[in-house]
Design a protein around this ligand. Structure first.
Ligand code: GCO
Ligand code: MN
Ligand code: MN
Length: 389
């Protein structure tokens, strides 16, 4: 079946090798699907209509591979990309699977682990650059604690800063125009992970040596796990000029990281997410960091991947219809109207404005009792979302 909700290259839909390649292993059970070789994943994604494929170093090159094996694997992968017309827009480092990273990588207390993490990341950056990636993601999977006695938290933040600085200097030195995108997550696999929200990352970025090279990669599930609204995180990142990448998936409340098919758990939140991404001017990738249910076989994996993209495109149409609805426009015009009556005191501070404001009287009873019609507005959104308008 093909229809207007099919993915197109201009949608910039990407998936990680680790997402469609997820074999269905969980904390309690063995894999339920056979591993899929990276070139086959490329073929599958191209067939489903994706634009690109992203990877961790170890998704492509098994840990411990020799230099010759690495080069052969990379050559085969590049061939598959060329054969199927897919790009690698984003790359990242696995700093969480190997036992050496059991207490973190850049924030480990052991300087040898910290140095090894830098070495592994530098090599993975070389791989990303070789494959044409323009964005490099940092997700601090194990940069956290179970026992708060184990690490000096201030020292951990300094170490994380030191590592990101080291790596931006490395890129400058090598002439790589690679943007870094920091991905926050509040917990899992550690009890508590440093810099747990997109907001925390934004504060941290301002303290770096090359803040212009570093932005964020907010993920739906991670903000929801922290009890936050994803569209707010997106907006703060965008307004700060820091929305370099986005991880789309879904999540039911503050549980383990569920990585559900985009829009499958909270379609209303997904509606606001798509509406924001499609209206703010974001030109980057729409990356689905999710995986198929453990119950699925390869056909189910395809259903999952197609479902993520279709839901996005459907929501894009729904959001555009909501914004074009004359009733919504009139209502928004009313709700957001500014009659200009306070222009002489608002905006940029001046001593004159402060004097003027001190003498102004406000009818706070009238302001406080005015109905804002937000129930009506929200119902209109729901009706568009449900296809009733
Ligand atoms: C997770 C994360 C990861 C990262 C990936 C890229 O919760 O496991 O979301 O999937 O996005 O490691 O950095
Ligand atoms: Mn995640
Ligand atoms: Mn992610």
């Amino acid at each position: 079946m093909t229809d207007r909700f099919d993915p197109r290259p201009e949608h910039k839909f990407t998936f990680g090798l680790w997402t469609v390649g997820n074999p269905g292993r969980d904390a309690f059970g063995l894999p339920t699907r056979a591993p899929i070789a990276p070139p086959e994943i490329v073929a599958l994604l191209a067939d489903c209509g994706a634009y690109g494929v992203n990877l961790h170093d170890e998704d492509l090159i098994p840990f411990g591979s020799s230099a010759a094996e690495r080069d052969r694997i990379v050559a085969d992968f590049k061939q598959a990309l060329a054969d199927h017309g897919l790009r690698v827009p984003m790359a990242t480092t696995n700093l969480f699977t190997q036992p050496v990273f059991k207490d973190g990588a850049f924030t480990s207390n052991d300087p040898a682990v910290r140095a090894y993490a830098l070495q592994k990341t530098a090599a993975a950056i070389e791989l990303g650059v070789e494959l044409g990636a323009e964005t490099y993601v940092f997700w601090g999977g194990r940069e956290g604690t179970e026992s708060n006695a184990s690490k000096d938290h201030c020292e951990s933040i300094k170490r994380f800063r030191e590592a990101i600085n080291w790596l931006t200097h490395y890129c400058v030195d090598r002439g790589y125009d690679l943007k870094f995108a920091l991905e926050a997550k509040p917990n899992e696999p550690r009890c508590d992970i440093y810099l747990p929200t997109t907001g925390a990352m934004l504060g941290f970025i301002a303290t770096l040596d090359h803040p212009d090279r570093v932005g964020v990669n907010p993920e739906v599930a991670h903000e929801v796990m922290a009890g936050l609204d994803f569209s707010h995180a997106l907006a703060q990142a965008w307004e700060a000029g820091k929305l370099f990448h986005v991880d789309l998936n879904d999540q039911l409340g503050p549980r383990y990281d569920q990585d559900l098919r985009f829009g499958s758990a909270n379609p209303k939140a997904a509606f606001w997410t798509v509406r924001f991404l499609e209206s703010c001017g974001y030109q980057g990738m729409r990356h689905f960091d999710a995986h198929a249910y453990r119950s699925e076989d390869l056909d189910g994996v395809r259903d999952f991947a197609k479902g993520c993209m279709r839901t996005y495109v459907i929501l894009k149409e729904r959001a555009a219809a909501f914004d074009a609805d004359p009733e919504v426009r009139d209502l928004l015009g009313e709700i957001r109207a500014d009659d200009g009556s306070q222009a002489d005191v608002l905006g940029v501070y001046s001593k004159e404005k402060a004097d003027l404001l001190a003498r102004r009287s406000f009818d706070v009873d009238r302001l406080g009792s005015k109905g804002l019609q937000l129930e009506r507005l929200d119902q209109l959104a729901i009706e568009h979302l449900l296809g009733a308008r």
